[in-house]
Design a protein around this ligand. Structure first.
Ligand code: BTN
Length: 332
């Protein structure tokens, strides 16, 4: 038996309870196998009502991204064209990278309803339950020098933050370098992976994970204190297709400003949306932890801090912890 047979059994009998015994007889598998499949379907976003007397009843299936609706909402010239919508993939980063290697143009977008091995920065994983979040990767081929690649991430963070504020009326802010927080909890993260040839940038895969309609029970325990969703914060479910279209439009707009005027206007926007500047932070750099006050964003994308001995230094990579908070960085 596979999960599809089990779903078919429930789908053919809407509203009907099936005992573990009945399912195991119908599908010719052990009751333990039935239980395991039910657990795995729950992780995939299927909701069951279970009763010790009557067994299981399928209450709802995960929402599927509607490609036609998404295409109808898209008002961009380049970003999101062409579009690949997948039901499930290991990571949209890998799907987009393979596509880029086969020649996908600037703007090509891969979106998945679920990821089985979604990844974040610094070797972390990205919690990607089906139908609840946005998991997408854009192929970007900007004509910029390699060393300006981090600016693309900061630009993306500005576009995401502005989109959340507008579409969900939430007080979203940016935590350096590219986390979007609401009320101190992470709602979205960006992963940029680039590829170069002869020291020239050939493409960037810009990955976005957005917790849209997740509810508290959709998170594993270790994320409860550090993660949140637009739904939890705004009290309203949000149509994912709308949000994707709106974000791509915002990103395309600031991307053209960047190409025409350079990084200065983006830097000002980033600083205005930042929750990091002015705070005492600890930066976990490859050379060890460094405490200081976050002063400004450097145009290289680095965070300029004043250390406890009064010196200014730029932090180029790693993570930071904003002081006066109980939050710690954990896998999300
Ligand atoms: C982070 O905050 O560490 C970055 C998270 C990026 C997650 C997204 S989800 C879509 C894309 N595919 C992945 O495997 N990761 C990115």
């Amino acid at each position: 038996m596979d999960k599809k047979q089990l779903i078919a059994l429930f789908a053919e009998h809407p509203g009907v309870f099936f005992s573990g015994e009945k399912i195991s007889a119908e599908l010719g598998v052990s009751r333990t196998a039935v239980w395991k499949h039910i657990q795995s379907l729950k992780e995939d976003g299927y909701v069951f009502e279970s009763s010790s007397r009557k067994g299981y009843r399928l209450v709802s299936q995960p929402e599927r991204l509607d490609e036609t609706l998404l295409l109808a909402q898209l008002q961009t010239r380049e970003l999101g064209h062409p579009l690949l919508v997948l039901e499930e993939t290991s990571s949209t980063q890998d799907a987009a990278r393979e596509w880029a290697e086969r020649g996908a143009p600037h703007g090509a977008l891969v979106v998945a309803d679920a990821q089985t091995a979604g990844r974040g920065r610094m070797g972390r994983s990205w919690h990607s339950p089906a139908g609840k979040g946005i998991y997408m990767s854009l192929v970007l081929r900007p004509d910029i020098p390699m060393q300006h690649t981090p600016q693309m991430t900061l630009l993306a963070a500005v576009a995401l933050c502005r989109t959340f504020r507008r579409e969900a009326s939430v007080d979203a802010s940016i935590k350096w370098p590219n986390d979007i927080l609401i009320n101190g909890r992470k709602v979205s993260g960006i992963l940029m992976e680039s590829s170069a040839e002869d020291e020239r940038l050939s493409y960037i895969i810009a990955g976005f994970g957005i917790s849209v309609n997740l509810q508290k029970e959709d998170y594993p325990d270790h994320l409860h204190d550090v993660a949140t969703s637009l739904f939890i914060e705004s009290g309203q479910p949000i149509q994912r297709e709308d949000l994707i279209a709106s974000f791509l439009q915002e990103y395309e707009k600031w991307f053209s400003v960047y190409m025409a005027e350079g990084f200065a206007p983006i830097l000002s926007l980033w600083e205005a949306l930042s929750s990091t500047l002015g705070r005492v932070i600890t930066a976990y750099t490859p050379k060890g932890p460094q405490k200081g006050t976050a002063l400004r964003l450097h145009e290289s994308g680095a965070l300029t801090i004043r250390t406890e001995n009064g010196q200014e230094m730029n932090v180029f990579s790693g993570d930071i912890r904003e002081e006066n908070k109980t939050l710690t960085e954990k896998t999300m």
